[in-house]
Design a protein around this ligand. Structure first.
Ligand SMILES: [Zn+2]
Length: 311
């Protein structure tokens, strides 16, 4: 038996085939096309590719979307980053692939993977933030994923940390949402803003040739560039502001940080932890703030677990 796990992100789709032990046998990454139909087409093609050399039959497909899924209708209700609104993603995919398809929010699935066999394993109360194009959120309460009243909750990236902060992304009408302060998009914006007024720096030099983003900025930070380190620390402090509020609200055992930006490790987690410990109420400072075990593969692995659980 094998299943396919698909993680649709704001900028890329990661797809993997998982065997009976839920280990990833093969994975593929492609850029995310814009619009629901194009995304469904891309997922169907990825499933055909991953099924083509599988020794075991594929039995189900799990798909994580950067979207809220309506628990009653099963339709994609809303997605800040992909343009899907009240969209049936599972139906056309089942028709195209002939296999059962299960959907969930991408961050819920990242937390499912971390809770089943990663950084939040065995926890009764856990939170996850995925730092990528946006900031996704997941909540475990009583050992189960909590999705809100009708499946639209746990959007922890859209809690407000600065009421007068920058406008949020996509069609989120908020200002100063957590994702406007510590997502990869926010870090790229802040690195470029610094570079624009400080052209005679390493960041300025990268910006001048159009090669400055959160990834290249992180490479500089890892080499010890103090300007890059400062920008990542700034994003980390905002992450800590959000984590402190979330810990006061949920009193979690663990807060797991995943997504592409979590590759920065202590460059961002160190300042985040310091800020969280300085702000959270004393009893809720017990939560550990740790990096996701599955890194950028968490959503894909979680989607595979959802598919395996469904059959
Ligand atoms: Zn927002």
């Amino acid at each position: 038996m094998a299943v396919i796990g698909i993680d649709v992100g704001g900028t890329k789709i990661a797809a993997g085939r998982l065997g009976t032990d839920l280990c990833v046998e093969r994975s593929v990454v492609i850029p995310t096309p814009h619009g629901g139909i194009k995304i469904v087409d891309a997922i169907a093609a990825l499933c055909a590719d991953l099924g083509s050399d599988s020794t075991a039959p594929i039995t189900a497909i799990g798909v994580g979307l950067p979207a809220t899924i309506d628990a009653v209708t099963g339709r994609v209700a809303h997605s800040v980053h992909t343009g899907m609104v009240d969209f049936d993603a599972a139906g056309p995919l089942e028709t195209r692939t002939g296999l059962p398809v299960v959907l969930d929010n991408d961050a819920n699935l990242a937390l499912l993977a971390e809770h089943r066999m990663g950084a939040a394993e065995g926890s009764q109360t856990a939170l996850l933030l995925t730092l990528g194009t946006g900031v996704g959120g997941g909540i475990v309460i009583g050992g189960q994923i909590f999705r809100g009243g009708r499946g639209h909750g746990a959007e922890l990236g859209h809690i407000c940390v600065d009421g007068d902060g920058p406008p949020c992304q996509g069609d989120c009408p908020g200002h100063g949402c957590l994702e406007t302060m510590c997502s990869g998009t926010a870090i790229t914006r802040d690195l470029r803003a610094f570079a624009a007024v400080n052209p005679n720096t390493a960041l300025g030099a990268l910006h001048a040739v159009g090669k400055l983003d959160s990834r290249s900025g992180l490479a500089l930070a890892r080499d010890g560039d103090s300007d890059a380190l400062q920008v990542f620390a700034g994003a980390g402090r905002w992450l800590g502001v959000g984590v402190a509020s979330l810990c006061n609200a949920f009193d979690p055992d663990v807060v797991v940080i995943g997504g592409g930006v979590s590759d920065a490790g202590e460059v961002i987690l160190g300042p985040a932890r310091k800020e969280y410990l300085a702000r959270a109420l004393p009893p809720t400072r017990r939560a550990e703030v740790v990096r996701a075990t599955f890194g950028h593969e968490a959503g894909m692995v979680g989607a595979g677990i959802l598919a395996a659980d469904a059959i």
